[in-house]
Design a protein around this ligand. Sequence first.
Ligand SMILES: Nc1ncnc2c1ncn2[C@@H]1O[C@H](COP(=O)(O)OP(=O)(O)OP(=O)(O)O)[C@@H](O)[C@H]1O
Ligand SMILES: [Mg+2]
Length: 446
Amino acid sequence: MNLLFVDDETHLRDLMERELSDLGHAVTLAANGDEALRSMDAKAFDVVILDLRMPGLDGMGVFRRIRSRGEDPEVLVLTGHATTESAIEALRLGAWDYLTKPCRLDELKVVLERIEAFHTLKQENRTLKRDRARYQRQPILLGESAPLRAVREQITKVAQGDAPILLQGETGTGKELAARAIHEQSTRRDRAFVVLDCGQISDSLLESELYGHEQGAFTGAVHAREGIFEAAHRGTLFLDEIADLPVHLQSKLLRAVETGEVRRLGSTTLRKVDVRIVCATRGNLAEAVSCGRFREDFYYRLQGVEILLPPLRDRPEDVPLLIQEFLRRYPSPRLKNLDVDPSVVACLAAWNWPGNVRELENVVQRIVLLADRTPVQLHDLAQFGVLESGGSASPRGRSLADMERAHILRILRETHGSKSQAAEFLGISLKTLYNKLTSYGLSAPD
Ligand SMILES: Nc1ncnc2c1ncn2[C@@H]1O[C@H](COP(=O)(O)OP(=O)(O)OP(=O)(O)O)[C@@H](O)[C@H]1O
Ligand SMILES: [Mg+2]
């Protein structure tokens, strides 16, 4: 450590310089308070060992100066004139320890070792906190399938430029996550990432939302307000559900994107803004263009870079990894290290996931919430009501017999277990139903 030893006794300074250097520290000496302050101006110290009684600026004076300068070396008081008052004052100022002369070297050595251990911990803690903050901020599209790797590579490549980007993909495929990843990997990362959901906002408000307004621009405009273009200045503006943008606003938006200038409602001045546009849509924008719901010129403008987020059913090999990630992210409060049986993973990987990764995330959350043993088994899933709501999905890769069984059980659930009603729904005799249930290993009361 870097030590500053402050004492007016020459022989003690010489002794300490030798002894503390032998312990492996870099020692600087000061004979009085003013010298100590000058040393601290020149260099940062880990520990200051401070005598109290010195001619000129005394030890306590130096200590107060250290605190008022907002520096944070540890301070060790070493005095030949211990008093209750100075001990209290030293503690109040946050002294690490208060030692009295004559000081035993082995005692000083132990104290310094403790400080060093504390410093190492503090340093480690700082690094960990910084890493964690960075990790939490880092939006990461997980997945090792070829299509997802390709998306990640594309994101890294396009993040640098300023070209508008169009993200397309079904619901829950990670379009917003991708938009955030683009922002975080760009030089704009320290500026704002502003989200505007074009489908969630009323026509009249959208314009003032986008461009801002001056005071009194319209009824209710009590205060002037900056629009999101201004808020996103030098950052990224994420226009979600762009296909829902009313046509008359598309042309205005196009102009703002092309000129990089916006005018607040009720204002005559144009303001320059530097905004990177990232759009997302669930639907097919080209189709919206051919129906006349989306301006063609705007489409071409946005289409500069198009990234397609692949649906989860096209990359079942990503499912196990995502399950593990979500199990890690949502730990069960009741079961330590909750896990799922490989058969559950296989079943989830075979599902067709109309809601994509968001749906998988919800399913895992549900499993975590309802599980009362680990690992979770395949037949627990049915009890949790997982993979059945939605209904629209038909699992891939299952045999016809499996499908039939699932269908019959679903109908039975709908009829609250009434087998005669179920048989009628299914268009089979009650006897056939019983036979089928027996072949599934389900006895009548089940
Ligand atoms: N590849 C992925 N890795 C990890 N998490 C993901 C991935 N893709 C999506 N998610 C998670 O799934 C959820 C939905 O993602 P996101 O909101 O980005 O989807 P979206 O495409 O914008 O959906 P929508 O069209 O419904 O708005 C989020 O919680 C997101 O973190
Ligand atoms: Mg979204």
